[in-house]
Design a protein around this ligand. Structure first.
Ligand code: HEM
Ligand SMILES: *[C@@H]1O[C@H](CO)[C@@H](O)[C@H](O)[C@H]1NC(C)=O
Ligand SMILES: *[C@@H]1O[C@H](CO)[C@@H](O)[C@H](O)[C@H]1NC(C)=O
Length: 322
């Protein structure tokens, strides 16, 4: 009797554990490299720090690199793979080509990390840490980062073309794109707050500043002045996504949306008389709610389909599979 009741308890415990490990990601953990690479976090931070000191925009570029990695087959470093004769990678996909930046900074971090602990740390994790450090350095929230992702052996240009949301998206398209990777509408609105930093090319906001009516009457002409109407002229001219503080991670992005000063069509969709207006108002009124929701949502984004266990590999060079 005693034996069977204790085995009953054991089975219950096991069942509970299995249930629990199915709902949270059991394999990523905040202390994953604490024994195998204790200098990892300080090594990454000092390189991100100097890259941002050289060019503040790099913080934005590194944050976006993480987003574009995670949305395409999960956070697996696939975006970093150069094209080869066997596959066309993600770097030249529509949403990335002439747009995603920061690959050299990731290479620099990887070689410094290889010096302190060779063959231990994945490129996918380096991207995640660099994104977090960028947010912190530019004045945003800090959080413990979950680690233990492994690197993909393949990349898919088609998947990158099809998974990264377009700036022409409607609110419903944005909501469904995020829900396809398990992120809620509120996560989508919080993560869009990343557009409090960084720049966009004229080609991504031309139609909005020339043709749309839900736009501030002074903001539109000032953006048109460096983004000509004609397709092909000035396509790469840059404008800040947050007109007020483009190198400061704050909640001004949402305040701009209330003024109809969203730069991208997709930005203004979040505050255009629809279901997300109240979330935007909330974040515009409260920096600390935005900060904590952003950090929580970025942790969830970092949990999208990681390769763990015996899947994937630890690349030696982030641009090539081993
Ligand atoms: C909600 C859907 C989103 C759309 C449609 C979108 C679209 C864009 C576009 C078109 C650009 C300008 C690219 C260029 O002109 O080269 C951009 C820049 C940027 N995006 Fe997003 N984005 C979205 C969500 C996000 C998320 C979730 C993050 C990060 C968590 C993010 C971070 C950034 C950053 C930081 C920049 C500036 C990059 C730089 O200056 O190098 N975006 N985004
Ligand atoms: C991805 O999109 C780019 C440009 O939009 C296009 O040139 C390329 O052929 C597409 N690749 C695939 C595999 O669909
Ligand atoms: C503005 O809209 C008109 C009419 O729909 C279209 O022909 C034109 O290409 C659009 N211009 C831009 C810059 O999107």
């Amino acid at each position: 009797m005693a034996a069977s009741s204790s085995s009953f308890v054991a089975i219950l415990t096991l069942a509970f554990f299995l249930l629990f490990s199915g709902s949270v990601n059991a394999q990523l953990s905040t202390n994953y490299y604490s024994k195998s690479c204790p200098k990892l976090l300080s090594t990454v931070k000092s390189i991100v720090q100097s890259a941002i000191a050289k060019e503040a925009r790099m913080g934005a570029s590194l944050l976006r690199l993480f987003f574009h990695d995670c949305f395409v087959n999960g956070c697996d470093g696939s975006i970093l793979l150069d094209d080869t004769s066997n596959f066309i990678g993600e770097k030249n996909a529509g949403p990335n080509r002439n747009s995603v930046r920061g690959y050299e900074v990731i290479d620099h971090i990887k070689s410094a990390v290889e010096n302190v602990c060779p063959d231990v740390v994945s490129c996918a994790d380096i991207v995640a840490i660099a994104a977090r450090d960028s947010v912190v350095i530019l004045g945003g929230p800090n959080w413990y980062i979950k680690l233990g992702r492994r690197d993909a052996r393949f990349a898919s240009q088609a998947a990158a073309n099809n998974s990264i949301p377009s700036p022409a998206s409607s609110l419903n398209q944005l909501i469904s794109r995020f829900s396809q990777v398990g992120l809620s509408t509120r996560d989508m609105v919080a993560l869009s707050g990343a557009h409090t930093i960084g720049q966009a090319r004229c080609i991504t906001f031309r139609a909005r500043v020339h043709n749309e009516t839900n736009i501030d009457r002074l903001f539109a002409p000032s953006r048109r002045s460096t983004c000509p109407r004609t397709t092909g002229s000035g396509d790469n001219n840059l404008a800040p996504l947050d007109i007020q503080t483009p190198t400061r991670f704050d909640n001004t992005y949402y305040k701009n949306l209330l003024q109809r000063r969203g730069l991208l069509h997709s930005d203004q969709q979040l505050f255009n008389g629809g279901s997300t207006d109240s979330i935007v108002r909330g974040y515009s009124n409260c920096q600390s709610t935005f900060n904590s929701d952003f950090a929580a949502a970025l942790i969830r984004m970092g949990d999208i389909n990681p390769l763990t266990g015996s899947k994937g590999e630890i690349r030696k060079n982030c641009r090539k599979r081993n």
